[in-house]
Ligand binder design. Structure first.
Ligand code: C2E
Ligand code: CA
Ligand code: CA
Length: 731
């Protein structure tokens, strides 16, 4: 199957190849076209050279003739028919000196009286048969002479320098021909019009002429050809006066375009190869990066489905599997059982041994769970210390019970971590797919309800879902929904104040306690709705609201100190300290009159934010109390870590004072310890005079409890006048 990235890269490569090919082709065609044009221009220019060369050759002949024909001696000698003189001066001599191929001397009646060909005198009968085209040219000359002489005084002077030239064909031989009269150069010899002899000079258009023209214009291999010129040759037709071709002039043309192309060829080849190399490496790199992309896509898909810490499927992936298994079960597949697993006291390990230890613990827990399940089952990490297991084909009954008991057992065995040994246990909620109607959500809710019960029953155990458990969970959901609405409407909630007294009966302060008298279905205990608020994140809003109410009351009533309960969730918010200080300044309450009670129950975390919040508040003068002291595990560490000012000895200890189980000694030890650390000690839940006396005897001097005053409304608190001479508040 082709992935998206693969076809994408194929498309890119195809585009690159097609573009490159198209560009190369276009450049090549353009270059070819330019070369052709340059070459065609050059050949045209070379043709004009040939034409110019021919004309120069033709124009030169009359001058050469006239060097000898304008001469008294010549007139006299031709009249005298001095054949030898003619050989030596205007016949053979013309061939030897100028290279004229044919010469004739024509008498005034047109008859040739002398002829030379190729440097030899012609026999008189041969000379007499002068070719017709030359005779025509001679007649033309005489007509021109006659017209020049018509009104002239001196007939000799009128034709001086006159000549006619032409390109002609003598049989098959193309020639350049010139005719000029033989005239005297001084008055010593007289000549009447029409009595002149004519001199004819002929130059063959042959290879020798071609070579001469070729040399002066740098044309290679210039020659006169008879056949059609080949493709490699350039040609120029030599035409007579009527435009008829009489010879073909040919040469190997200079093609500068082609020459340039040839010279550039190695460079171009090198450049082409270089481009090819770049292209190939580009494609290779593209393929490689596309492969990388494919790999990271696969990795991203794995990461999206798995938890990076434990390497187990995550919630999303898990829910997919569960859904599939449930659907298969519906159509007769194997039975599905869902287990919700939650580690007990995991937070403690995180807080006391550090996050690295926490991570290590999670990994070991995962390994143990994987070892305990079978191949077909799925183990997933759903969140911090929450896991889910889907058992396929386990059914109910004994097998399931012993599986769960075994899991609880192996998960509570000690963990050997780098930071030391850790003990945690696991609570497990179990729901069988068959027994729950309503699909995946119902099954999950049922397992959660069972888990909730397992925790409520004391943790470190499993619990199998039954119908009533669903109610508990549904009730929590109801509370959450109603609390959200209550926080919005603002008129259902209230704050009660419970007084706290010094041993001498003076008022130490009061604890603010959240109340929800207007809860739908009757008032709810804060133990219940605070826990829900902590679970669903509403505690921040609720806590802030209580704080505002408490500070406002303390400020207006002159309460020496007001204690406000703070959840560990609130302390983890980065803005907490700033919010508290803002509330204090809005209420106009000095920070020294506010005490924040932190409870050990919700395991304070040792995170940097919690520390920063507390430090900032302490610097501002707020005091910090440790609530429910002695119910948690690491008393002293908290006291030191969070720089506690006050400890509140838990109500459960106070209520057992005077019994035989040794509580008295424990409380005494705690009070001594507290004093030794310079802390104030408050005893909570003091209900009897006997308890109060015992506590006083132990050295505890601050009390809170029903004996002295219940939590009450603001008005009740202001009017409150306890028995035993406790002073009234100044309202
Ligand atoms: P807590 O902080 O330990 O509060 C003291 C609890 O003991 C109060 O219960 C109070 O009514 C009760 N109490 C006081 N004197 C006596 C006595 O002599 N005998 C007995 N049996 N009980 C006594 P309450 O008001 O039900 O509050 C329960 C818990 O809810 C509080 O325990 C506190 O942890 C939490 N809570 C209440 N309000 C808030 C709040 O605004 N924010 C937070 N985070 N927690 C709150
Ligand atoms: Ca408290
Ligand atoms: Ca308490």
């Amino acid at each position: 199957m082709k992935t998206n990235t693969e076809s994408f890269s194929t498309r890119i490569i195809a585009t690159i190849l097609i573009t490159t090919a198209a560009v190369t082709l276009a450049v090549a065609l353009l270059a070819l076209q330019a070369t052709r044009e340059v070459d065609a221009d050059a050949i045209e220019r070379q043709k004009t050279f040939v034409a110019r060369g021919l004309k120069t050759e033709l124009d030169r002949i009359p001058g050469e003739q006239q060097a000898s024909t304008i001469w008294d001696e010549a007139v006299r000698r031709v009249r005298a028919d001095d054949q030898d003189w003619m050989d030596g001066n205007i016949g053979i001599w013309m061939h030897d000196f100028y290279g004229h191929d044919l010469t004739y001397v024509l008498a005034p009646d047109g008859r040739p009286i002398h002829g030379a060909s190729a440097g030899r005198r012609m026999a008189p009968e041969v000379a007499a048969q002068m070719a017709q085209p030359l005779a025509d040219l001679a007649r033309q000359t005489r007509m021109q002479m006659a017209s020049a002489q018509r009104n002239a005084e001196d007939p000799g002077e009128a034709v001086l320098g006159l000549s006619t030239t032409a390109v002609l064909s003598l049989g098959k031989q193309a020639v350049l021909a010139s005719v000029t009269p033989i005239v005297p150069d001084t008055p010593a010899v007289t000549q009447t019009a029409g009595s002149e002899y004519l001199h004819v000079a002929v130059q063959y258009v042959d290879d020798a002429l071609a070579a001469r023209i070729g040399e002066s214009f740098s044309l290679d291999d210039a020659a006169v050809i008879t056949s059609e010129p080949g493709a490699a040759l350039a040609s120029y037709p030599v035409a007579d006066a009527a435009g008829n071709p009489v010879a073909m002039f040919a040469w190997t043309p200079d093609r500068p375009g082609l020459r340039l192309a040839r010279e550039m060829a190695p460079v171009l080849t090198f450049f082409g190869l270089f481009c090819l190399f770049v292209l190939v490496s580009l494609i290779v790199r593209l393929r490689k990066s596309s492969r990388h992309l494919q790999e990271s896509e696969a990795e991203a898909r794995y990461l999206a489905n798995h938890d990076s810490l434990a390497g187990l499927p995550n919630r999303m992936h898990f829910e997919d599997r569960l859904e599939q298994a449930l659907e298969a079960e519906q159509v007769g597949g194997p039975t599905v059982t869902l287990l919700s697993v939650d580690l007990d006291h995991f937070k403690m390990v995180n807080d006391t041994m550090g996050h690295a230890a926490g991570d290590e613990l999670i990994r070991q827990v995962s390994t143990r769970m994987l070892a305990h399940v079978r191949e077909a089952d799925t183990v997933a990490r759903l969140g911090g210390d929450e896991f889910g297991i889907v058992l396929v084909g386990m059914g109910g009954g004994e097998a399931l019970l012993s599986f769960c008991a075994g899991l609880v057992h192996i998960l509570s065995l000690p963990y050997q971590l780098e930071a030391g040994q850790a003990h945690v246990s696991a609570s497990i909620g179990v729901a069988a797919g068959k027994e729950v109607r309503g699909g995946i959500e119902a099954v999950q809710r049922s397992a959660d309800a069972a888990l909730y019960r397992a925790k409520a029953d004391g943790r470190g155990r499993y619990c199998i879902f039954t119908e009533q458990m669903d109610d508990v969970l549904r009730r929590r959901h109801d509370i959450e929904r109603n609390l959200r609405a209550a926080l919005l409407s603002g008129d259902q909630l209230d704050v009660a104040f419970q007084p706290i007294f010094n041993v001498d009966g003076t008022l130490f302060g009061a604890e603010a306690l959240a109340r929800w008298p207007g809860a739908p279905g009757g008032p709810l205990s804060p133990d219940l709705f605070i826990a829900v608020a902590e679970d669903c994140g509403l505690i921040q809003q609720l806590g802030l609201w209580v704080l505002k109410e408490a500070c406002a009351f303390a400020s207006t009533s002159g309460l020496p100190r007001v204690s406000v309960n703070v959840s560990s969730v609130q302390l983890r918010s980065a803005d907490f300290a700033a919010e508290v200080l803002q509330v204090l300044s809005e209420a106009g309450l000095p920070a020294a009159r506010l005490e924040l009670e932190l409870t050990e129950r919700s395991a304070l975390d040792s995170g940097a934010t919690t520390h920063r919040n507390l430090k900032e508040l302490k610097v501002a003068g707020v005091s910090v109390a440790l609530d429910d002291f002695a119910t948690g595990k690491s008393l002293l560490q908290y006291v030191r870590d969070f720089d506690i000012d006050v400890i509140k000895i838990d109500h459960s200890f106070v209520s057992r004072l005077g019994s035989v189980d040794g509580t008295d000694q424990v409380v005494r030890a705690l009070v001594d310890l507290g004093h030794a650390m310079g802390l104030q000690i408050v005893a909570e839940g003091v209900e009897t005079e006997q308890q109060r006396e015992l506590l006083i005897a132990m050295g505890c001097h601050i009390f809170q409890g029903y004996l002295l005053g219940r939590p009450m409304s603001r008005t009740a608190f202001t009017a409150f006048r306890p028995t035993g001479g406790i002073p009234r508040l100044t309202a």
